[in-house]
Design a protein around this ligand. Structure first.
Ligand SMILES: C[S@@+](CC[C@H](N)C(=O)[O-])C[C@H]1O[C@@H](n2cnc3c(N)ncnc32)[C@H](O)[C@@H]1O
Ligand SMILES: [Zn+2]
Length: 169
């Protein structure tokens, strides 16, 4: 896998995670996640047969996931008070700092920003942040203030926002 010089995979609170080796400024690109586009049915199959692989798959479109296995990004952990966010850019997912990331800090993002209203996946959270939500759920179940702030900061992609409309209509 391509190895960035400014990041390292290290043991962290939740298994292995991405650790910054230098500070990152808000908005700065930390890493561009690449992977293979796969259909939702494949991801559902992997939840039974290969859950580690399924856990590396990030929603990437209405009927598409990005399988990041083999990419540095497969070690990106969730936090309820993240220091980075995922932005869909030109067929990749750009992991960008959303506040200053200090050297030595783990780079995290909020998984809920890519969980659609049509998805049933949840995860017990062990991020340890003050205000941890306890369970990671779909984006439309985020606390109202968090959802409003994420929307303002462009952290929830249009194809995820749309899933809430298609459920209610
Ligand atoms: C994309 S992998 C991240 C890399 C993983 N930590 C590892 O060591 O391979 C996602 C998995 O990491 C774990 N994980 C990530 N963030 C977590 C969190 N905040 N609380 C509990 N587990 C977490 C869960 O097992 C999740 O399915
Ligand atoms: Zn949490």
């Amino acid at each position: 896998m391509p190895r960035p010089v400014s990041l390292e995979i290290r043991p962290v609170r939740n298994g292995r995670g991405i650790v910054a080796l230098r500070p990152f400024a808000p908005g700065e690109l930390v890493w561009r996640l690449r992977g293979k586009a796969v259909r939702p049915a494949a991801v559902w199959r992997w939840w039974d047969s290969d859950p580690r692989r399924a856990a590396n798959c990030i929603r990437f479109g209405d009927e598409l996931f990005l399988d990041t296995r083999g990419d540095f990004g497969e070690f990106a952990n969730h936090a309820c008070r993240p220091n980075a966010g995922l932005f869909k850019e030109r067929g990749t997912l750009a992991l960008r700092a959303i506040r200053r990331i200090a050297a030595g800090a783990e780079v995290t993002h909020d998984y809920s920003t890519y969980i659609g209203a049509d998805d049933v996946w949840t995860m017990r959270c062990n991020c340890g942040e003050r205000g941890c939500r306890g369970r990671v759920r779909r984006f439309d179940q985020l606390p109202a203030a968090t959802l409003a702030r994420y929307r303002r900061e462009g952290l929830i992609p249009a194809f995820i926002l749309r899933t809430a409309n298609s459920i209610s209509s």
